[in-house]
Design a binder for this molecule. Structure first.
Ligand SMILES: Nc1ncnc2c1ncn2[C@@H]1O[C@H](COP(=O)(O)OP(=O)(O)OP(=O)(O)O)[C@@H](O)[C@H]1O
Ligand SMILES: O[C@H]1[C@H](O)[C@@H](O)[C@H](O)[C@@H](O)[C@H]1O
Length: 350
């Protein structure tokens, strides 16, 4: 199975004089408060946009980020957000001791306790991009925002959490609505990739969506599964010692897009996604990727591209790529230093 990136969903536009910028990330930064047994165990920079830009920046993939925060935003970030002085930054509380259902599904209960402004089409630059990533966390992506993204980006990857989250009016608890009722359904035939966790995938019809775009369902320590038209396949995980699952799906999506921008096939790019996801669960908050590991991954990606160019028969053998990436992944050993406050009992031993 090849599962190559779907062709671009470009709308007709005049011939380009200026080359595309590479990746546009749209989604608000937030403050994450991690709570266990009634106590705050960590406060960190959050938001899918922050985890994704961390992966892209670390992998030297140039990106532009559109994000809104309030006057109280606390973090130094590489990609400056738009500050809305009269608003507060989006805040999520993540409760790690509620709602664990015994079979590893709900690893945390999330409450959005404050929400910054939505991102409007006019907040997004008018340039063209190779990839767009619609990665809201607190309802900040509007249907018209996504419409603008599909117009200016060759391929758009969407995290379903940006589309199907609803928030309890009293305590902000995150609820999910069916994708068909989300108000975004009419735009989805124009996107390239839809990423969902296995819990979120229950809120869409995968059989229907895989006809419209490439669907990627992540499944924690089990890796991920890709669906496109009549093809589907599982892409294996990397072993990790889980400390905090926050941001794993975001880093996964970052790794997937790094692979696609580099010209890898979808399964190979998903392997990079699994790699960055597995490293992220070993950290509380934003992972700092080991420089040696990043260099080894870059080298392996280049080797893989050469190999695929030489022989199309290698295209489907992503197991070999997995074997080559595994040692690179284990050069990143600082997980031993992390306090293990948020282990959920679903981690793997190396
Ligand atoms: N315990 C783990 N061991 C190894 N890899 C993991 C583990 N947890 C997550 N991953 C990797 O990260 C990817 C994304 O994880 P997951 O499916 O938990 O996403 P998610 O629920 O969207 O995460 P989040 O909402 O916390 O960002 C997985 O497909 C897998 O590759
Ligand atoms: O920082 C986290 C992270 O981005 C998660 O993917 C998202 O589900 C949460 O809402 C957010 O607080």
């Amino acid at each position: 199975m090849t599962l190559n990136p779907p062709p671009s969903q470009q709308t007709p536009h005049s011939p380009r004089r200026i080359p595309n910028r590479r990746v546009l990330i749209v989604g608000n930064y937030c403050h994450d408060v991690l709570i266990q047994n009634g106590s705050v165990v960590a406060e960190t920079l959050g938001g899918a946009a922050s985890f994704i830009s961390n992966v892209l920046d670390s992998s030297s993939v140039s990106c532009e980020l559109v994000s809104k925060v309030g006057h109280d935003f606390r973090y130094e970030v590489t990609h400056s957000p738009i500050v809305v002085p009269e608003k507060e930054t989006t805040v999520f509380e993540a409760y790690f001791d509620l709602g664990i259902d015994g079979i590893g599904h709900a690893d945390r209960v999330l409450k959005r306790v404050s929400a910054c402004d939505p991102i409007l089409p006019s907040d997004i630059p008018d340039s063209r991009f190779d990839f767009g990533m619609a990665v809201g966390v607190g309802g900040e992506i509007l249907p018209e925002t996504l419409e603008k993204m599909v117009e200016i980006c060759d391929v758009v990857a969407v995290d379903i959490q940006a589309l199907i989250r609803d928030f309890d009016p009293v305590d902000g608890a995150v609820k999910l609505v069916d994708l068909k009722e989300s108000g975004f359904f009419h735009i989805l035939h124009r996107i390239g990739f839809l990423k969902a966790s296995s819990d979120e995938a229950l809120f869409m019809d995968v059989e229907q969506m895989k006809q419209l775009c490439c669907v990627v369902v992540t499944n924690g320590e089990k890796g991920c599964r890709i669906y496109h038209k009549d093809d589907e396949m599982t892409v294996p995980p990397f072993l990790a010692k889980q400390v905090d699952p926050t941001g794993a799906g975001d880093s996964f999506l970052g790794g997937l897009v790094v692979g696609l921008v580099e010209g890898l096939t979808v399964p190979d790019a998903a392997l990079l996604g699994n790699l960055f996801g597995s490293i992220t669960v070993e950290h509380i908050g934003q992972p700092k990727f080991d420089l040696m590991m990043l260099q080894r991954v870059k080298d392996e990606v280049q080797k893989r591209k050469k190999q695929c160019n030489l022989s199309s028969s290698h295209n489907n053998d992503y197991n070999e790529f997995h074997e080559r990436l595994s040692p690179a992944r284990f050069s990143c050993v600082d997980s031993q230093l992390q306090p293990k406050l948020l282990v959920n009992g679903h981690s793997c031993d190396r």
